[in-house]
Ligand binder design. Sequence first.
Ligand code: GRF
Length: 188
Amino acid sequence: FRLAIFASGSGSNAERICQYFLNHDTIEVVLILSNNEKAAVLEKAKRLNITAVHFNKEEFKAGGRVENVLVDNEISHVVLAGFLWLVPAFLIQRFPNRIVNIHPALLPKYGGKGMYGRHVHEAVQNSGDRETGITIHLVNEKFDEGKHLFQAACAIQPTDTVQDIAVRVQVLEHKHYPVVIEQWLQNG
Ligand code: GRF
């Protein structure tokens, strides 16, 4: 399996995934792509000796540079790890049921356009919910609405700050995302 990871930010999930699949017998992270040229994930890619690709909106269209790079590198599956743009139809069509994403909440709650990062944790905190967590799901044309592959929950206290929640959720992300990807790929 040849993976391309899309990320827009710090890339801590992307980094964990790359480390997890280093020297793996059947799964290789081939590319890390970002829509944000300042994203720390591109620096991490270089340190991990993985091809880092920055692209802009124009290049993220059918027949654009992103599609060409994915085809040229014979990518088989796409992993979103903190990627903030909606995946365009051409990518869904080229990789049907082969694009996976992680969302830092228990979907269908706290999902959808604009619900990312601290916005999610603020909504959870304000809701009075006593738990939150992660959802790993296949990607379709709408934000955060694809088939769920995995969920894990963690407790939250009323005294938790947004940062407390974010840290606790990120521990779940780093623990589970690489393993869920491996099982998803190997179970077909
Ligand atoms: C994580 O919260 C993830 O759930 C969401 O975006 C964030 C990515 O963080 N999709 P990082 O860039 O992997 O550190």
